[in-house]
Write a protein that binds this ligand. Structure first.
Ligand code: 26Q
Length: 843
């Protein structure tokens, strides 16, 4: 035995291996209880120095997470080794947001370690729910765009694509929302307070970034110090992205900003200890916090620096990787595909040109050709106020070389347009990268379109409107660049992980192929009339509802009736998403019951959840109104027990994972033409909720897939909304529709807002006086009609479940695997690069 040899080790021979240390080293033999491999106890003991029986649930979470990481680390580095050896075309997904949520249960699931984890939880009598809840959500995003990036990473790893995500390691993610007296309050999300077992710092891969100016903090604000060039250090932190099956493990690399010189020694010796350190604080400010806005972009200098920092670090890193195995710059576009998640990283056009011109010393035409072949851009919004435009002055101060390049791109673009459309100066101005008039602005969408080979929207209607309205001139100049990639969501997190009862029921019926090929759900179709199967789907929904109700009571003390229809609208609070229209519907139902207490109406619980951008006053007011509505209904003895409104604070990925499986009804009711795609709509669909919604975003394609007869569509179309712009009047609806008038009279009488007359004034203004920009009143009547049909159907449980089942069976197209397959084939021209299948043992 090696340990015997070690114990009797004669001096001068080989020292014992660590695991062979004899008892007299002071600790006695190390023993681990249980029949598993003991990783968990080892981590508790050696990382936290705590006995398993004394550990608290946070320590347990860390030990389990580290054990899971142990299991994946070998495959993780094997994946990277394979990419280095095979040198395939790599995909880089650049995004200012990755809304990851929790990782432990997802990684266990994707590694197929769930049976092992189950045994550990059982043997050690661990409280699984409490332990999983110790992991903070990684909330590095605002909403749809950030969550889409996270779903894409899951799909790319599952499909064994050689892909990598690049983002920022914000110290503070999306703020925590609390509700005080009905109003939203924001609290900082200090998610990294405790060590995060999923991140690995890679100081050896740090990069240095040059800026044309310095920054100082004055009076709490970041200010530019002109004419003082500075450097930032980009410190990478890697997170594993486990593909389903655990064969491919890709990397999400997040950059943290730091000062390159750990100390300014000269200042230090001159007695400037404090200011030397203070400068370091300034550098770290750059990645301190995620901007909590998802619809306006104006006026934030620090955001501009954040965007450049992401671009500069990521490009430096991927170019270094390219150069390690390739000497010919001409090969760059054969080896690198860079996807820009919205315009936020679109400075990549100028930065890549700078690298190719100044570092690779290529000629302009060569550099331009390579840049365009490498880059592709995804647009996520048509809202004009959300289109990024940065003051040209900021470029002068911070990025003078990049500005020079942008102006040269613009000069050539103008020449090209004039050559093709002689005399059309209007078109030149509209398509230009520079907006003139007032202060000169750089139009980031135009930069991204002109400097890339592909521009895509995220649903058919959105891609069409993008081409026909938002950037029409550029679409006419470069028609071949424009394409659609309808969004999708990962069925691993959004069905297999979040809804075990339904996932089991589906697998029992059609096998488990759907997990990696969601189109397989279609095989459920022949079973729609099989009453046994329909019953099992109904029971699965019931279990999810019971589970949610239990959790809600335990965690928030809120009691809901699982026999009620669970009717949800969960998303950012925004006027165009029309939470107010939902409130008008609920207030109308309330009115109907009060006027006719014997009304036969199915009990319903309406769930709202979502955050408002802290500076978006109207959105915050909508939250207040929803809470007042909830309170008034709860206090009304006639309506209480029949209708209930619940506003769930602090919407996040983990809350969505709980509520979506439990929901019967999904509200997707944006003003048509405004929601680019939506993605929660898809999650609801695959979890067997029925959708009541407008013809907007991907909801249109979902209804097409499920059959309109299995959907509750209502309201104006996007073309009708656009066409009504000249003549629409909310007053017409108030004057001519008795229920519309009644509900407005009730709301404007202050019935729900007795102590908040300001809220009433604001609602009057939004819905009537200011012209009801988002057409709430135009769609209210048809919303109520669709709602009536939906209620009637609920009275027939097997007809309801039949429709739910057809929705699930037709949701296969909305897997992010399908979306990523299209990006890979049609934009990136890249394919899988699987690591060798056998387990390799450490040498
Ligand atoms: C820009 C500049 C400065 C500060 C913030 C921003 C910013 C940040 C986030 C602007 C927009 C966003 C996020 C947008 C977003 O989430 N859009 C949603 O993207 C989803 C995925 O494609 C779609 O499904 C939704 O329809 C779309 O609203």
């Amino acid at each position: 035995m090696r340990s015997e040899k070690a114990a009797g080790q004669p001096q001068g021979s080989e020292p014992p291996a660590f695991q062979d240390l004899p008892e007299h080293y002071g600790c006695g033999p190390i023993r681990f209880r249980g029949s598993h491999d003991g990783l968990y106890e080892r981590h508790l003991l050696f990382d936290n120095v705590v006995a398993p029986e004394d550990a608290d649930s946070r320590e347990r979470y860390e030990a389990i997470a580290r054990s899971v990481r142990d299991v994946l680390s070998q495959r993780w580095q094997l994946t990277e080794q394979t990419y280095r050896r095979e040198n395939p075309k790599r995909i880089y997904y650049l995004s200012m947001e990755f809304l990851i949520g929790r990782s432990l249960s997802n990684n266990i699931l994707n590694l197929r370690l769930d049976p092992l984890a189950r045994r550990l939880f059982d043997q050690e009598h661990l409280d699984e729910t409490a332990i999983l809840a110790e992991e903070p959500d990684a909330g590095l995003g605002n909403g749809g765009l950030g969550r889409l990036a996270a779903c894409f990473l899951d799909s790319m790893a599952t499909m064994q694509l050689p892909a990598m995500g690049y983002g920022l390691r914000y110290e503070y993610g999306i703020f925590k929302q609390t509700i005080v007296d009905g109003w939203q309050r924001e609290q900082p999300d200090n998610w990294l307070r405790r060590p995060d077992p999923w991140e690995i710092a890679r100081p050896e891969d740090a990069v240095e970034i040059d800026l044309g100016c310095s920054f100082e903090v004055r009076g709490g604000n970041l200010r530019v110090a002109v004419g003082m060039p500075s450097r930032l250090l980009g410190m990478p932190y890697d997170r594993p992205i486990v593909g389903y099956g655990g064969r491919t493990i890709n990397t999400l690399r997040l950059w943290a900003a730091a000062t390159p010189q750990t100390f300014d020694f000269q200042a230090f010796s001159a007695g400037e200890f404090v200011s030397a350190l203070a400068q370091r604080l300034t550098a770290e400010t750059v990645t301190r916090v995620l901007y909590p806005d998802d619809s306006t972009s104006m006026g934030q200098g620090l955001r501009f620096v954040q965007e450049y920092f992401l671009v500069a670090c990521s490009l430096a890193d991927l170019i270094r990787r390219f150069r390690a195995t390739n000497s010919d710059w001409q090969l760059l576009s054969d080896k690198v595909a860079i996807q820009l998640n919205d315009t936020h990283p679109s400075l990549a056009v100028a930065e890549l040109m700078r690298i190719l011109l100044d570092e690779a010393e290529l000629a302009w035409d060569e550099a331009w050709d390579i840049t365009r072949r490498c880059l592709a851009y995804t647009n996520h919004t048509l809202l004009p106020e959300a289109l990024e435009k940065w003051p040209l002055r900021w470029f002068e101060l911070m990025l003078p070389r990049q500005l020079e390049i942008i102006l040269e791109i613009d000069r050539r673009l103008r020449d090209e347009i004039l050559a093709r459309f002689p005399g059309d100066q209007g078109r030149v101005e509209r398509a230009s990268l520079i907006e003139r008039g007032g202060e000169r602005l750089v139009r980031m969408a135009n930069l991204a379109i002109v400097g890339s080979h592909s521009t895509n929207g995220v649903a058919e209607i959105h891609s069409r409107l993008l081409r026909e309205t938002t950037v029409r001139d550029l679409a006419e100049i470069f028609p071949g660049r424009f394409n659609n990639k309808t969004n999708g969501v990962t069925p691993r997190r959004w069905l297999l992980l979040s809804n075990p009862p339904l996932a089991r029921c589906i697998t029992e019926a059609v096998g488990d192929g759907w997990v990696t090929d969601l189109a397989e759900l279609e095989r459920m179709k022949p079973l729609v009339d099989d009453s046994g199967f329909v019953d099992s789907v109904r029971r699965a929904k019931r279990m999810a509802k019971l589970g949610f109700a239990e959790w809600l009571q335990a965690s928030a003390g809120i009691v809901v009736d699982p026999d009620a229809i669970f009717d949800s609208q969960i998303k950012r609070i925004h006027e165009y998403k029309r939470q107010l229209l939902n409130a008008l519907r609920i207030a109308t139902l309330y009115n109907r019951i009060r006027e006719n207490p014997n009304l036969d109406i199915a009990p319903r619980t309406f769930f709202f959840s979502g955050k408002a951008a802290p500076a978006y006053h109207v959105a915050k007011l909508i939250i207040k109104f929803l809470n007042n509505l909830a309170g008034t209904i709860d206090a009304d003895p006639v309506v209480r027990g029949r209708l209930k409104v619940v506003f769930l604070p602090d919407y996040c990925v983990s809350l969505a994972e709980r509520l979506i499986p439990a929901s019967d009804v999904s509200n997707q009711i944006s003003t048509a033409g405004y929601e680019a795609s939506g993605t929660s709509n898809m999650k609801f669909m695959m979890n067997g909720a029925l959708t009541i919604g407008t013809r907007d975003g991907a909801t249109i394609e979902m209804a097409e897939a499920a059959g309109e007869e299995n959907f509750f569509l209502f309201g104006l179309t996007a073309d009708e909304v656009a066409g009504s712009r000249g003549w629409y009047s909310p007053l017409w609806h108030y004057d001519n529709e008795p229920e519309t008038r009644a509900v407005l009279d009730l709301i404007l009488s202050g019935h729900f807002c007795r102590y908040d007359p300001d809220v009433v004034d604001a609602l009057r203004n939004i819905l009537l006086t200011s012209g009801d920009v988002f057409r709430h009143l135009a769609d209210l009547t048809s919303y109520l009609e669709a709602d009536q049909r939906l209620q009637a159907l609920y009275g027939d449980p097997s007809a309801w479940t039949r429709k739910a089942l057809l929705n699930i069976a037709n949701s296969g197209r909305f897997s992010s695997d399908r979306t990523i397959g299209e990006y890979a084939a049609e934009i990136w021209n890249a394919g899988p690069c699987p690591p060798p299948p056998e387990r390799t043992r450490p040498r």
